[in-house]
Design a binder for this molecule. Structure first.
Ligand SMILES: NC(=O)c1ccc[n+]([C@@H]2O[C@H](COP(=O)([O-])OP(=O)(O)OC[C@H]3O[C@@H](n4cnc5c(N)ncnc54)[C@H](OP(=O)(O)O)[C@@H]3O)[C@@H](O)[C@H]2O)c1
Length: 274
């Protein structure tokens, strides 16, 4: 299938390489250029990984509200509407951070209303997700992507820079598993919202304990509480657990998050030297 990925960032680059899709250098807000590209290239699948995710982290979104809304909501609206009009299968990257909490231990399923309105970034993800529910598209919700390749956006690289970490349980996504699941969902031409996280939960501190064992025995950090972290950040961070039954009911079985992170760390160590 001929496909195009918009958003030449961390996930977009990985997806375009894995699926062999085009990765055009187009500002999605430039509707004329976008239409010209789609009319010329005629992709059957468009994946939207465009976004303002904040550098070095989502605190940036709190102080750059207009850019965040344009980058996360307007771009999704433009790409979703034009793909729908042209009959192109559209895949949008939402986020599992639309939730806060563990839903009484069950994890949040795709039918549960998002409940994390605590910061600008997650609000834009909720608004774009809701808007796209009126169009035929697949929306996937990854969370805290852990990858086998070093990169500033890889959760491993993000947290290894911090000397203070929380030990709260969270749903997370290993990128190699995300790529396989995404391929399967596209082959099925699945529609609707899917939580795309590995089963089980893990904490940032647990990952760094594994990192210390596998990658760097000298690595050190201190564990702090979620309340202490809240006082150190502009945007309140979400800790949440997502339910993965919908993905499993499609026959897409991802490895448990602990096994998946271990595999990522082993390959991450090999890739560090390259
Ligand atoms: N990584 C995560 O932790 C995570 C977790 C869950 C969900 N997601 C979602 O997954 C998607 C991709 O995330 P990511 O980590 O790959 O983010 P990323 O590395 O920040 O990539 C986003 C890319 O979109 C580009 N972009 C922004 N506005 C654009 C526009 N108008 N036209 C074209 N490109 C534009 C950005 O370019 P500039 O840098 O020049 O702005 C950047 O290259 C986002 O929707 C994000 O919300 C990410």
């Amino acid at each position: 299938m001929k496909g195009s990925v918009f958003g030449r960032g961390f996930l977009g680059t990985r997806i375009a390489e894995e699926l062999g899709y085009d990765l055009p250098d187009i500002d999605v807000l430039d509707i004329k250029a976008l239409r010209a590209y789609l009319d010329r290239e005629k992709p059957e699948v468009v994946i939207n990984t465009v976004g303002k995710t904040g550098r070095p982290n989502i605190d940036w979104c709190e102080t750059h509200r207009e850019e965040t809304i344009m980058g996360n909501v307007a771009t999704a609206m433009i790409l979703g509407s034009i793909c729908s009009e042209k009959g192109i299968y559209f895949v949008h990257f939402s986020s599992g951070c639309v939730y806060q909490g563990d839903n009484g231990g069950r994890g949040y399923s795709e039918d549960d209303e998002p409940n994390n309105y605590t910061n600008v970034y997650t609000r834009t993800k909720i608004y774009s997700e809701k808007m796209l529910m009126d169009l035929p598209c697949l929306q996937i919700r990854p969370r805290m992507p852990v990858d086998e390749r070093p990169s500033e956006r890889n959760f491993i690289d993000k947290v290894k820079k911090y000397t203070k970490l929380i030990d709260e349980q969270n749903s997370m996504t290993c990128v190699p598993d995300l790529l396989q699941a995404l391929k399967m969902l596209i082959e099925k031409k699945a529609l609707g919202v899917y939580n795309l996280v590995n089963p089980g939960t893990i904490s940032a501190a647990e990952i760094m304990r594994m990192y210390k064992q596998i990658v760097d025995t000298n690595h050190g950090f201190e564990v702090i509480t979620a309340e202490q972290l809240d006082k150190m950040t502009l945007a309140k961070r979400s800790n949440c657990m997502l339910n993965t039954s919908k993905l499993e009911n499609e026959g897409i079985m991802l490895p448990d998050i602990h096994d998946a992170v271990r595999q990522c760390l082993l390959r991450y160590k090999e890739n560090l030297g390259k």
